[in-house]
Design a protein around this ligand. Structure first.
Ligand code: G16
Length: 535
C-alpha cells in the first residue's frame, strides 16, 4: 500500500524523521508499525505526532511519544531507522526480527494516539500512519489537529489513568487555566506588570488552540492573536513564529509594533516560545529560551527556599545558551547548570536527575519537571501544621504552579502561562525581566554543504572532531575576538550545518560567525553561495 519511494536512507534526526512531505508516505506507514511494536513492548499507550514544527510548510515529519509522555527512548531510534530504510520486500522480515529480538507479545491490543499539525500534507500522512497501525492490529485513536505538547499530555494522561490530568482537549485547557487563575487571584495587574500580551501564532496550530485559552482566561490575561492564516496559505512559519524571531532576531510580520508591549511567538507545532518587544527607539529586544529559563529557575529557587524543604534544583542548557545566561545562573542564582547536546530528548533525560529540573534550549523549547519525591514532599508540607503558615502557603503555590506546567515536553502555551504568572508575582514588566543580565551579542547562521554528516562533534557539540582541521580553524578565529565563542553542528531537522557565534560586540559577533561559516563552507564541502564576511 505504501511502497518505498526514496532510494537514499533517511536519518532519525533531533526530533524524529523530517523531510519533504512528498517523500514521507512510506515512512509514516512504517512508523505506524513501529508505534505498535513499541506500545506492545512497553505495554502502554504510544503517541505519533505528524509535524515538521518550525520547518517550511512543504516539509513534514513524525515525532514518537513514549508512555510517560516524553520523546521515544533513544535506544529505539536505531530500530526506527532500520524499519524506515529497509526495502519493501524485506520489511516483514525486519519486523519479525525485532519482535523476536525484543520478545514482543504480538497478541495484545494496543492504543496509538495520533495528532497532526495544520500542514496540508498532514491528513494524508496521518492516513498512512493509521494503515501501519492497523496492519499490525493496533488501534489508532485520532486526536485530529492538536499541538505537539497536547499530544504528549494526552499520552501521559492515558498511561496514568487520568491521574496526570484528564486526557482530552477540554481536560488540558481546564488543568492549565484553573491553576493559572488560582495563582493570579483577582488582581490581574501588579506593579509594572500588565495583563496584555500580543501573540504570534505562526499561522499554525498554536493560533487555533490559543482561542480556547482566550475564551477561558478572559480578562485574567488578555491575549491578542496575530498570524492566524488558514491551512494551505503557505504562511506557516513564514516570516513569523518562534524560530524566525529567534534566528533572525527581528520582529515578525503580522504583529502590530507597539513600544514596550510584551509579544510572544510560538512555532509551527507550538512547542517553542520566545518573548520580545520593541522600545521607544524602535529597537528590537529578544527574550529567548535562556531568559525564560533564568526567570523560571530563579523564581522556583525562591519558592523552594520559602518552603524550607530540601529539594535539589538544576538547570539544563545546550551549547547555544548565551554565555551571559550561564554566568548569571551559576553566579547570581547559584543554581547548578548542565550542558547537553541539542534536542529536548537530551535535556529532558538530564533534567530527570533533579528534584526540580528546569530545561530550556535557547530557541525557546523547554519545561520543568518535578520528581515524585518533590511532589510528595510538597503535598506533605502543604498540610503540615508544624510548618509556618507562610511555608505552607508557598508549598501550595508551588503545587499550583506544577499544574500550570506541561511536564511532558516543552509547551509554548503552558510556558507562556508560567512566565506570565512569574512576571505577575514579581510585578515585573518585560524591561525589569530583561534587566536581570545583559546578553552577549550572538548570531546563528546556516551553511549548506554536500553532506552534513561530514561534521561530527563531541563535548555536547561544543567541539567538532571532523572534518580534520576545522576545530583548529575555529579556535584560531575565536581567539581574535573579545569574549568570542563559536561552534558548528549538523542540524537534525534541516539539511544544513548550523553555526553559532557570540562575542563582546554585535559587529565582532557577525564577523566571527561569517568567518566560521566560511571555514565550514571550505572544509566541509559547501555548496551554493559562499558566506559573506562583513567588512
Ligand atoms: C526540534 C527539537 C529541538 C531542537 C530543534 C532544532 O525542535 O525538538 O530540541 O532544538 O529541533 O534542532 P536542529 O538544530 O538539530 O535542527 P522543533 O521545534 O523543530 O521540533
Amino acid at each position: 500500500m505504501h511502497p518505498k519511494t526514496v532510494k537514499q536512507n533517511i536519518q532519525y534526526g533531533t526530533a524524529g524523521f523530517r523531510t519533504k512531505a512528498s517523500n514521507l508516505g512510506y515512512i509514516m506507514y512504517r512508523m505506524g508499525l513501529l508505534a505498535v511494536l513499541r506500545s506492545r513492548y512497553k505495554q502502554g499507550v504510544i503517541g505519533v505526532m505528524i509535524t515538521a514544527s518550525h520547518n517550511p510548510e512543504s516539509d513534514n515529519g513524525v515525532k514518537l511519544i513514549d508512555p510517560h509522555g516524553e520523546m521515544m527512548e533513544q535506544s529505539w531510534e536505531e530500530l526506527a531507522t532500520r524499519i524506515a530504510n529497509v526495502q519493501d520486500d524485506e520489511l516483514e522480515a525486519v519486523i519479525k526480527e525485532i519482535v523476536q529480538e525484543y520478545n514482543i507479545d504480538m497478541s495484545t491490543r494496543v492504543n496509538i494516539l495520533i495528532g497532526k499539525d495544520t500542514r496540508p500534507s498532514s491528513p494524508s500522512l496521518s492516513k498512512s500512519v493509521v494503515d501501519g497501525i492497523l496492519a499490525l492490529s493496533g488501534k489508532p485513536v485520532d486526536y485530529g489537529i492538536v499541538t505537539t505538547p497536547q499530544l504528549h499530555y494526552f499520552v501521559k494522561c492515558r498511561n496514568t489513568q487520568n491521574a496526570y490530568g484528564v486526557g482530552t482537549e477540554e481536560g488540558y485547557y481546564t488543568k492549565l487555566v484553573t491553576a493559572f487563575k488560582k495563582l493570579r487571584g483577582d488582581n490581574y495587574t501588579n506593579g509594572n506588570y500588565t495583563n496584555r500580551v500580543l501573540y504570534d501564532g505562526a499561522n499554525g496550530v498554536g493560533a487555533r488552540k490559543i482561542k480556547y485559552f482566550q475564551e477561558r482566561l478572559g480578562e485574567s490575561l488578555k491575549i491578542e492573536l496575530y498570524n492566524d492564516a488558514g491551512i494551505g496559505t503557505g504562511k506557516l512559519n513564514y516570516l513569523c513564529g518562534a524560530d524566525y524571531v529567534k534566528s533572525q532576531q527581528s520582529f515578525p510580520t503580522g504583529v502590530p509594533v507597539e513600544p514596550n508591549v510584551r509579544c510572544v511567538s510560538v512555532d509551527g507545532d507550538a512547542d517553542r516560545i520566545v518573548y520580545y518587544y520593541v522600545d521607544e527607539d524602535n529597537k528590537f529586544h529578544l527574550l529567548d529560551g535562556d531568559r525564560i529559563a533564568t526567570l523560571i529557575a530563579g523564581y522556583l529557587k525562591e519558592l523552594v527556599l520559602g518552603t524550607g524543604i530540601d529539594l535539589n534544583l538544576g538547570l539544563i542548557q545546550t551549547a547555544y545558551a548565551n554565555g551571559a545566561s550561564t554566568d548569571y545562573i551559576t553566579r547570581q542564582l547559584q543554581v547548578p547548570v548542565a550542558c547537553v547536546s541539542t534536542g529536548v530528548k537530551h535535556l529532558h533525560h538530564k533534567a530527570l536527575e533533579y528534584d526540580v529540573g528546569v530545561y530550556f534550549e535557547a530557541n525557546g523549547h523547554g519545561t520543568v519537571i518535578f520528581s515524585k519525591n518533590a511532589k510528595d514532599k510538597l503535598n506533605e508540607a502543604a498540610k503540615n501544621n508544624s510548618l509556618s503558615e507562610e511555608q505552607q502557603k508557598v508549598a501550595n503555590k508551588l503545587l499550583a504552579l506544577i499544574d500550570v506546567i506541561n511536564e511532558t515536553v516543552g509547551d509554548a502555551i503552558s510556558d507562556m502561562l508560567l512566565v506570565e504568572t512569574i512576571l505577575h508575582a514579581k510585578g515585573w514588566g518585560v524591561q525589569q525581566w530583561e534587566e536581570t543580565y545583559t546578553d552577549l551579542p550572538n548570531k546563528l547562521l546556516k551553511v549548506t554543504v554536500e553532506d552534513r554528516n561530514v561534521i561530527s562533534t563531541k563535548d555536547a557539540e561544543r567541539q567538532c572532531t571532523t572534518p580534520v582541521g576545522l576545530q583548529e580553524e575555529i579556535d584560531t578565529l575565536v581567539k581574535k575576538y573579545n569574549k568570542g565563542r563559536s561552534f558548528v553542528r549538523p542540524s537534525g531537522t534541516e539539511d544544513i550545518v548550523r553555526v553559532y557565534a557570540e562575542a563582546a560586540t554585535q559587529e565582532e559577533t557577525d564577523k566571527l560567525a561569517a568567518e566560521v561559516a566560511t571555514k565550514v563552507y571550505e572544509l566541509a564541502g559547501g555548496i551554493g553561495t559562499m558566506p559573506e564576511i562583513p567588512a
